[in-house]
Every structure is written in C-alpha cells, then in structure tokens.
Design a protein. Sequence first.
Lengths: 200, 200
Amino acid sequence: MTTAHHEDRLHAQIAFILEIDKLKRVLRRNLLMDGSRRENDAEHSWYLAMLALVLAEHAEPGVDLGRVVRMLLVHDIVEIDAGDTFIYDVVAVEAQAAAEIAAAERLFGLLPEEQAREFRALWEEFEARETPEARFAKALDRLAPMMANHHNEGGTWALYRVTARQVLEKVALITDGSPRLGAFATDLVETSVARGHLQP
Amino acid sequence: MTTAHHEDRLHAQIAFILEIDKLKRVLRRNLLMDGSRRENDAEHSWYLAMLALVLAEHAEPGVDLGRVVRMLLVHDIVEIDAGDTFIYDVVAVEAQAAAEIAAAERLFGLLPEEQAREFRALWEEFEARETPEARFAKALDRLAPMMANHHNEGGTWALYRVTARQVLEKVALITDGSPRLGAFATDLVETSVARGHLQP
C-alpha cells in the first residue's frame, strides 16, 4: 500500500469522525436517571456499551461481547440524518425505516469502502435482531429507558400516556435477549404500576 | 451457582449502572465540533470508542481492539467523583491522582468483586500507558479535543492561552500511540498556528 493510499483512507475516516460528532445533538425522549434533562444519542450509546460489559453474563452463553459492544456503539448513528423516533409512536416507526436506510447509505458511505460495509452490517444486524448478539444488544436498548422511567416517576410513560400493556410488549424483546433481564424489567414495570407511575 | 447468588450479582451490577449515569453530567472543557456547548464525559467516551473502531488500522499491529474499546468506555468513570481536570492545569493534574484512586475504589467497588477488579485494571492500564492498547487509547483521548479546538477557531487553546509548544507536548503522546495520527495532529497544530488560532 502506498502512502497516498493511507492518506486517502485517513482523510475519509476523519470526515466520518467529524460527521458523527452530531450524534451528541440528537435528543431522545427519555430523561437522564436524575430527571435533569433529555438524553442524547451519543451518551445513550456509551451507556448501552457499558451495560453490555457489566451485564454480559446475562446474555446467551457464547455471545461475542465485542460484537455486541460494536453494534451498540453504531446502532443510533443513522439518527443523525433520520432523527430519533419514539418507540411507542407506531406511525412514525414505520416511516422511519426508509429514512434510516438513506442515512446509513450517506453516513457509513463516508468511510473507506470495506469499513462502510462493516459498520452498515453491524447496524443491519442490530435492526434484524436475528443473532444472539443483536437480541442481547436490543434487550439493553429497551432496558435502559425503562430504568430511567422507573426512576423518574413514570417519565415518558406518564408523559405520553403509555400503558403497562404496551411496555410489557417491549419487555418481551428484553426477555428474548436475556430471560433474567426480562424478569428484572417485568419487576420494574410491576413496581411502577403499583406506585401509580404507569397505567395498568 | 444458586439463583440467590445470581440475584445478588445483578443487584450489584444495577447499582453500578445507575451510578455511572452521572458521567453524562460531568462536563469537560472542550466544546462539541460545532462549538454549540461543552462536551460531557459520557458522550466523549462514546466518541473515543468510535474513533478506536474507525482508526484501528493506525494502531501498532496486533493491538487488541476490544481491549482498547473497553478501556475507553471506562477511562473517565472516576471523574463522577473526582471531576474533570484540564490537562494544561499542572497543579490540578497532580492533586487529581489521589481523588481518582478513591473514586475508582468507590465506583468500581459497587460491582461484584471480580468485575470490580477487571474494570479497575482497565482504568489503571489506561492511566499507566505501558501497553500498546493503552498508548493507542490515550492517543485518541488526546486527539479528539485537538480536532475540536481546530474546528472551533482555537477553542480551549485560545480561551486558556495555551501555546503550540504545550500542545505539541501532548502530540508526542499521540505519536507514541500511533505515528500516523501523531503526524495528523501535528498538521492540525500547524494549521491552527498559521490561522492565528493558536499562539506559536
């Protein structure tokens, strides 16, 4: 490989790095655990990667933890162009798919070709939820905002009038990635209902 | 292992997870790339983990990338208790060491014992900068704020009257982890001086 080739690669990589800084300005609906403000996608992605390291033993045996972490680090990057969608807003969730595919094309397309393919594959694997790694990653992505709502007297559940029944549909995705974490999430939901922070 | 044992572990892990949410509220000196606000430690940690994935080929051959990523994810957690220290504030940097050791003890100590040891070892490895993984991780930690300052007309360099000579001492740490990224950082410094955004 020539020096010029390496320079071109670094140039493309830096363009991508500068672009993804914008993930720090994409706001999610849920609040921080202390309720002080809404969470952004970049800090959310760090948090999920940490959850993966800390909770690894609750994943299916043999899960490739490094892959789970890489998937979580890139899983929201498409939202730089496509924006965040509230998971309980069914209409928006459907319209979102096309916007996210275009976003993946543009954003990962800034990288050298084989890296673009690799990052896009991680994002697609996460979305498809077919591998144990993706199921565990998705479980963590569902668990974190439930913990935040549980700590914020209902948080976005209360604000958007979400019911326990709707939340339990999301808990099923957690159970699918980790039965133990699914049981933990069910407890959070039941406690929130008992406290009057979530409609039955 | 009994179910009660697993419950205890999960309980400790959740306590740690709730506590580290606070990293999202620890502010650093440097701004986001667009200059809109100061960066927090959690989104900074995500950003560095992404830099590790994107720039991996510029590390020493054979570097364990998964370890670099894990190190970057945990490297600032001690700042929840000890706060962020501006790297050009020499007096504060010295006082910081003891506070960070106490913070590591308390924060990682929330985890089950062998996880506490594992996370603390990652943080200590990062700080010691003796392994190729730690040198690469530290290089990225130094590179990111230089990119932000370069994009913000000098940013914290201008604000705190830092000189190119002081910045080049930090560039040496980048070169130590990756000669190619060191050369890239040197270019950033020279461009900033040429533009009048950094004192020679």
